[in-house]
Design a protein around this ligand. Structure first.
Ligand code: FAD
Length: 441
């Protein structure tokens, strides 16, 4: 077992339950560091929605993850946590959290159970590949260490937050063995804005200095299509985008709202926060394809377009535009600053264009923030490189689990759910493989 994140720990548990002698290696001085970080803002363990809807969150990888997540869904994750003595609750959005919101008590109980099951932890052991004799090679405090394993589960994570252990350094090690790996890319990430005016590299100095770090609340957002119109995302019952963007905006329009509600933050270089993360996959793909993407922001989701147009068209006499918009539509501060940042004086002066921008203000995006800063990673070991048991076709006896596999999902507990589920299924595959080996007979 290599990698002591949630996927690796789950694999170790299932392997030990199956009677295997488990050695768990991790590069870091302690395991579960990203899991602990995830608990800092409230550990969202899984989601309470029905399994088919949960599976739909994995978009194109829905089918590939179906066996694992279908067998260890939201209800199973909750039951498992309760088995560790961690009571859970369902939040208003349907997300599932431990009662105390923290990861540390769960991790403590989990490690205790793993030790009691006989799992041996080897911290500070960085896996560097295989020796000529097929043994696993590690760099450890005492120098190079070799370990011959009858079966290996790799759960090495993606490439986000590398200082917590998962740095993607495993990619060339697997590629050298002929394993197909999709490029690791940021997911659930922030974005840099494209220059918002001549002579700028992103936001104006004024916007950055006055508003970086400030949240934009009570807004809704959508991804602009190539023609600048809203590219409508399927939105769940709770109003959260599913991450799947129907190709035809017009066809989808009747079934789903165009914009999803939420909030996000203006940063020094662009935008970040939950509403941006929810759209990060289509935004990232649009930038990869077209060189730029547009994040459309409805600054007044409680107002209809007609109401907004009525107010922008209303004569304002000697009042300034800012005073008028503040008194008639409650616009001020950052929302007002964004209008001045992104619209020309002519657009601001034209009631129809201003009304349109208030309901769909286009923020041009140049690039996603680096994967190191992202919540999670897209890309990884392709499912085509695995057999039905999660074993690498190119490296018999080696199984893969967790975020190092080529799937992505929005936040909402879907990331951990798939990590637990694939850890479990890879371990089951390894147990089957061990049982079928002639030496084990
Ligand atoms: C700020 C933040 C908040 C999050 N919040 C949530 C949340 O609330 N809900 C949710 O579902 N998800 C959340 N996530 C995502 C979730 O934490 C990850 O998806 C999950 O930890 C991935 O699990 P994993 O086991 O695949 O990999 P990791 O947790 O990354 O673990 C991989 C392990 O492998 C080890 N490793 C890597 N390379 C080597 C090597 N060469 N040799 C030895 N060991 C190695 C690493 O040290 C690490 O311990 C959050 C992520 C972040 C960054």
């Amino acid at each position: 077992m290599i990698g002591g994140g949630p996927a690796g720990l789950m694999a170790a548990e299932v392997l030990a339950q199956g009677g295997a002698a488990v050695d768990l290696f991790d590069a870091m001085p302690s395991v579960g560091r990203k899991f602990l970080l995830a608990g800092r803002g409230g550990l969202n363990l899984t989601h309470s929605e029905p399994t088919p809807r949960l599976l739909a969150r994995y978009g194109e990888r829905n089918e590939a993850l179906h066996p694992a997540v279908g067998a260890f869904d939201g209800a199973a994750v909750r039951a498992w946590a309760e088995g560790l003595g961690i009571a859970t609750f369902v939040g208003t959005s349907g997300r599932v959290f431990p009662q105390d919101m923290k990861a540390a008590p769960l991790l403590r109980a989990w490690l205790q159970r793993l030790r009691a099951m006989g799992v041996t932890l080897h911290a500070r052991h960085r896996w560097t590949g295989w020796g000529d004799d097929g043994a696993l090679r590690f760099t450890a405090p005492q120098g190079e260490v070799k370990h011959a394993a009858a079966a290996t589960v790799l759960a090495l994570g993606g490439a986000s937050w590398p200082r917590l252990g998962s740095d993607g350094a495993w990619v060339p090690l697997l590629q050298q063995r002929g394993v197909e790996v999709a490029a690791l890319r940021p997911s659930n990430c922030g974005f840099d804005v494209a220059p918002t005016g001549p002579g700028r590299s992103g936001w104006s100095d004024h916007l950055r200095e006055r508003f970086a770090g400030q949240p934009l609340k009570t807004v809704a957002a959508a991804v602009g299509d190539r023609d600048g119109g809203p590219r409508r995302l399927a939105v769940s019952a709770e109003g959260r985008p599913s991450g799947e963007a129907p190709r035809s905006p017009r066809r989808a329009a009747s079934a789903t709202p165009a914009f999803a509600p939420g909030e996000f933050v203006i940063t020094d270089t662009g935008i970040e926060g939950s509403l941006v993360y929810a759209f990060s996959a289509p935004l990232r793909e649009q930038i990869a394809r077209d060189g730029q993407a547009t994040f459309l922001v409805d600054l007044l989701p409680q107002h209809t377009p007609a109401q907004v147009l009525a107010e922008t068209s209303r004569p304002r006499g000697p009042r300034s535009l800012s005073t008028h918009l503040k008194s008639r539509l409650g616009l001020q501060g950052l929302k007002m600053a964004l209008l001045h940042e992104l619209l020309t004086p002519q657009q601001l002066a034209d009631p129809a264009q201003l009304a349109q921008a208030l309901k769909a203000l286009p923020i041009p995006l140049a690039r996603p923030r680096p994967v190191e800063e992202a919540i999670s990673t897209a890309g990884g070991v392709r499912f085509e490189a695995l057999d039905a048991n999660g074993m690498l076709r190119a490296v018999p006896g080696v199984f893969c689990a967790g975020e190092m596999l080529d799937w992505e999902a929005p936040t909402g507990g879907y990331l951990l759910t798939a990590c637990f589920a694939t850890g479990r299924s890879a371990a089951q595959g390894a147990l089957q493989w061990l049982a079928a080996r002639p030496a084990a007979a």
